[in-house]
Design a protein around this ligand. Structure first.
Ligand code: ZN
Length: 145
C-alpha cells in the first residue's frame, strides 16, 4: 500500500525506523544515522549500524552536500510522472559517506552535462504532506555561476 499525493505520484510511507528521517525533511534538514560506537554514518535507516552491528545509531544533521556517483536518465514514466520524463535518477555519494538515491534538478538530462563527481547539494521538495529530497548542482556562496 502506497499513499498518493495530489499529483498522483506515489509517496513513501514512514515506518517507526524511518520517521525521524521524514520529520527532519519537513524541517528542511537532512539527517542521517550516526553510529556512536564506530563513528560512521549509515543510510538507509536501520536498527543497527551496518559497519559494526552495534545498536548505537543516533539521528544527526548532515551537510546535505555530495557528489554525483552514478545516474540513469529515465524515459519511461511511472504513474504520475508523465509530465516529468525524461528525468535524472542519481546515486549521490554524500560527504559523510553513504550513498543515496535521488532525483537531480537544475541540470538537463543530458550525458554531456552530467559529470560524474560533480558537486551537488540537497534541496527540499514538498509533496502532499511530506517533503522529499532532490539534489542540484552546488551553488558556491558568492558565485553567480
Ligand atoms: Zn558502528
Amino acid at each position: 500500500m502506497t499513499a498518493e499525493s495530489s499529483t498522483g505520484k506515489a509517496l513513501p510511507e514512514p515506518t517507526p525506523i524511518t520517521r525521524p528521517y521524514w520529520d527532519a525533511l519537513k524541517a528542511h534538514e537532512l539527517q542521517l544515522q550516526h553510529c556512536e560506537a564506530c563513528g560512521q554514518y549509515t543510510f538507509y535507516p536501520r536498527l543497527r549500524c551496518e559497519h559494526c552491528g552495534k545498536d548505537a545509531l543516533k539521528w544527526t544533521p548532515v551537510s546535505g552536500r555530495g557528489t554525483l556517483h552514478s545516474y540513469i536518465i529515465n524515459h519511461v514514466a511511472p504513474p504520475g510522472w508523465e509530465q516529468d520524463v525524461p528525468y535524472v535518477v542519481a546515486v549521490v555519494k554524500l560527504e559523510e559517506g553513504p550513498r543515496m538515491l535521488s532525483n537531480l534538478r537544475g541540470v538537463p538530462p543530458d550525458p554531456e552535462l552530467l559529470k560524474l563527481d560533480m558537486p551537488l547539494q540537497v534541496a527540499f521538495v514538498p509533496r502532499g504532506d511530506m517533503v522529499l529530497t532532490v539534489f542540484e548542482p552546488l551553488q558556491l556562496k558568492g558565485s553567480q555561476a
